[in-house]
Design a binder for this molecule. Structure first.
Ligand code: SF4
Length: 352
């Protein structure tokens, strides 16, 4: 294979890894008919962001989730829709104490009403609520994948620290590293000092063929996790202790649901939202007949999301004449490309 900058870019590799996961997950197995897979990228918590996230879902429950619309439900909305009663009731009687002021609950009730996912009515001064649908348990497992096409020694050290954090916390059910397939008898990544709980996937990004170089262990998502806050630098004279805190299973379950809701909204084709499809050089190119990857005509390769911004020296707005047909209703090519990706994202969410 001829290696170009495009294939070398971590960003391009990440998009290929997302595409592979969408088509082939789980590795070396067949997905059961009643399961579905949803892929997103660049999501996580304040302290830790994962490259690729694979949600293994119950297909019927995922379809039922579509009742609540394509936008994510944040913590306040989830509190309301998950606890809303089947029959009319005063909201303060129906919902558990949220642990924060009730006025935020009222705001969430109004928002849920505006979004058409909750029924409300007024009885005197009292707001009563009734659920439209039960919020389904649509997520079975959350899998985090770190994409490291080229793992030099310093990248491996950083990665090891990140994976140790993931393993100790147990927020995802599994963690993996996806690296470029070298074709060597033993993939070089296995010589790195990575936690044994993390799986290793060798991915050929052009053909999307993979090989499991190391199987992961399932992490204990239902048990308390340990969040590593600080660790000694490991020097010979460094006798300091690591600092950590416990995270209870309920908190972890909340976080997992919040991550899953964001993944549902964003998917992995949302890269276009942080790039400049309105630049005249922006294009989408098919890679395997079906995947559309960003391509910069000025650079002649897949540009990274960071490069493709208003501060890019080669940025040029698409000429107004490109927008004449259908403009301003449909917008120019940039708008149409965004709509194309949005269509594909929705296609992956049955029931929407
Ligand atoms: S020229 Fe810059 S802004 Fe335009 S598509 Fe290429 S990377 Fe993006």
């Amino acid at each position: 294979m001829t290696r170009t900058r495009a294939t070398d870019s971590e960003f391009a590799f990440e998009l290929r890894s997302c595409r592979w996961a969408e088509r082939e997950w789980p590795p070396a197995e067949t997905l059961a008919d009643d399961r579905a897979v949803l892929v997103a990228r660049q999501l996580g918590t304040k302290r830790r962001r994962w490259d690729t996230i694979v949600l293994e879902c119950d297909r019927d429950a995922l379809e039922a989730r579509a009742n609540f619309g394509p936008k994510r439900l944040d913590g306040d909305l989830l509190h309301v829709v998950r606890n809303a009663p089947a029959d009319w009731a005063y909201y303060r009687d129906a919902l558990p104490d949220p642990g924060y002021p009730w006025r935020y609950v009222r705001e969430a009730i109004h928002e849920a009403d505006d979004r058409g996912i909750l029924e409300t009515r007024k009885r005197g001064n009292r707001i009563e609520i009734r659920r439209k649908w039960a919020y389904p348990a649509w997520i079975d497992r959350i899998v985090a994948i770190e994409n490291k096409p080229d793992l030099d020694a310093s990248a491996a050290r950083t990665l090891a620290t990140q994976l140790e954090y993931d393993v100790a916390l147990g927020l995802a059910d599994e963690v993996w590293v996806a690296t470029r397939k070298t074709g060597e008898r033993v993939e070089p990544v296995l010589f790195e000092d990575l936690p044994v709980e993390a799986g290793v996937l060798a991915l050929e990004s052009e053909s999307l063929s993979t090989e499991v170089a190391w199987y992961p262990r399932s992490l204990s998502v239902d048990e308390p996790g340990t969040r590593i806050l600080e660790r000694p630098d490991g020097g010979e004279r460094d006798g300091s202790a690591a600092r950590f805190e416990y995270v209870d299973p309920e908190r972890k379950a909340e976080k997992r649901l919040a991550i899953a809701e964001r993944a549902y909204e964003r998917g992995w084709r949302s890269f276009v939202e942080t790039m400049r499809p309105d630049c005249r050089h922006f294009a989408l190119r098919g890679t395997d007949g079906t995947q559309l990857q960003p391509h910069c005509e000025a650079k002649g390769r897949c540009q990274t999301a960071a490069e493709c911004s208003g501060s890019c020296p080669e940025f040029e707005p698409e000429p107004p004449v490109w927008r004449t047909r259908g403009w301003p209703i449909e917008g120019g090519p940039g708008t149409r490309l965004s709509a194309l990706l949005e269509g594909r994202r929705r296609h992956r969410r049955p029931g929407l």
